[in-house]
Design a protein around this ligand. Structure first.
Ligand SMILES: Nc1nc2c(c(=O)[nH]1)N[C@H]1C(S)=C(S)[C@@H](COP(=O)(O)O)O[C@H]1N2
Ligand SMILES: [Mo]
Length: 300
């Protein structure tokens, strides 16, 4: 199948899935053993079987390239991702414009296999390569007064057909509380299946916050700002009733127009399953403490 990405990766370039899973099994020693029949009490440590490269890179949300699930794979190849500069500003000791390659060379890039849950009630499992956002923020030097982190995506009308239309108030914006941003599960992804992240998935770097709905994981980031006030976020600005600042995966708090109690797993064809959605997307043991004492139906 022909791809129109500027990076010419195809399925054939990827570690074959069986080999990839084998390698993980050898490394983990116990992956996949004894999970069937157990109560679904997943944690970040649970063995997850990743979706295929094809699934992960052909069914996307990236409205800068159109609102169809196949638009990003069709059009994001036009995005120039090299060179790529990220402005880090606000309440930091070392503000400035950082070159993406220079950043990555300073960071510990590792593999993280996370369950990914879209607010539209579908999910995938994605083997990311990336580094902890905390490492980047520590490099920038977070100042005492900082309480939130704001993110912005590039706006390049010549390369992004979607931004010519007021679908959202561009740039795409997202935000995290500082403790969420510093949490070790929060990563900046730069790859998938040990390959550079394809443009449709947010090249050259995108946020991944596995206990939140997918839209918090902002793509193709060009600006990171440390602030002392909760930053505006695109989906909350466009529809505050449906999308709050927190957007934690929560099967008990429904989206106003549909249930969040279950999710459809992408892939598997005829055997595609609907599975129950887990609190905090299965990362409850790791992150529930961040929200102790908060009314999650108010702070959704
Ligand atoms: N800049 C930007 N980031 C974005 C989006 C977007 O439209 N623009 N869509 C979000 C939504 S709704 C989802 S579900 C995920 C999809 O990520 P994926 O395509 O890598 O699976 O990206 C998120 N990040
Ligand atoms: Mo989403």
């Amino acid at each position: 199948m022909a791809h129109r990405w500027t990076n010419t990766l195809t399925q054939a370039d990827v570690t074959p899935r069986a080999a990839f899973l084998n390698r993980r099994q050898v490394m983990a020693g116990l992956a996949g053993v004894g999970l069937a029949g157990m109560t679904r009490r997943a944690s970040a440590q649970e063995a997850l079987e990743p979706n295929t490269w094809e699934e992960i890179t052909s069914y996307n949300n990236f409205y800068e390239f159109g609102t169809g699930k196949d638009d990003p794979a069709k059009y994001a190849g036009a995005l120039t991702t090299e060179p790529w500069s990220i402005k880090i500003d606000g309440l930091v000791d070392n503000p400035g414009d950082y070159d993406f390659k220079a950043i990555v060379s300073e960071m510990t890039v590792e593999e993280r296999i996370y369950r990914f849950r879209c607010v539209e009630a579908w999910s995938m499992v994605i083997p990311w390569n990336g580094f902890e956002l905390a490492d980047l923020l520590n490099m920038a030097g977070v100042q005492d007064g900082a309480k939130y982190v704001a993110f912005e995506t590039a706006v390049i009308p010549d390369e992004m057909p979607g931004v010519r239309y007021p679908i959202l108030d561009w740039p795409y914006r997202e935000g995290l509380r500082l403790d969420e941003a510093m949490h070790p599960l929060t990563i900046m992804a730069t790859g998938i299946y040990d390959r550079p992240i394809p443009n449709q998935n947010g090249a050259p770097l995108r946020l991944v916050v596995p206990w939140k709905y997918g839209f918090k994981s902002i793509k193709s980031i060009v600006r990171i700002t440390l602030t002392d006030v909760e930053p505006p976020t695109s989906w909350n600005m466009s529809n505050p009733r449906e999308y709050g600042f927190y957007s934690n995966v929560n099967p008990n708090v429904d989206h106003p127009r549909w249930s969040q109690a279950s999710e459809r797993q992408i892939g598997g064809g005829l055997f595609a399953k609907r599975i129950p959605t887990l609190m905090y997307n299965g990362y409850e043991n790791e992150v529930a403490g961040l929200y102790e004492g908060m009314d999650l139906s108010e702070y959704y």
